[in-house]
Design a protein. Sequence first.
Length: 172
Amino acid sequence: MRKKSAYTLEGLMREYGNDVLRMAYLYVNDMHTAEDMFQEVFLKVNEKLDTYEERASIKTWLLRITMNTCKDYLKSAYHSRVVPMFDFGEEGLLAQDFLGEVEQREEARTVRGMVQELPEPYRDVVICVYFREMGIKETAEELKISEGTVKSRLFRAKEKLKKRLKGRLTDA
């Protein structure tokens, strides 16, 4: 018989909810869809919490579920038929330097879009290292690959992103 988990769903949502939402947004690039993924993740966590075996940290376990949920969504037929709505967040409309913020958001959206266009192995490594701020060793453990593989994928991903950015700059 499995032991009862010491974690509560409410506690996990309070402590790691922002991390889950941020990770989901990095994958789906739409806040409304990311919020749907957030709910989906915590529904899964609620069903499977008693199966958590503490082989990895609870945060790693949650983010792995998030990553897989988002990947499943992106592969789904529903995703290919739905056009996301624009996210004009209130904070952007109230900003003093509205144009500067719009420009920053556009640059960030461009970079996120380019990261999302990377092949999955490269994208996963970039998200872990740069967006989740994980080290090489943590990334290797998370993705179940060697540290050398993480380094080579990261190098190749950066090369691909440099080429795409350079291409955009010369087109402008």
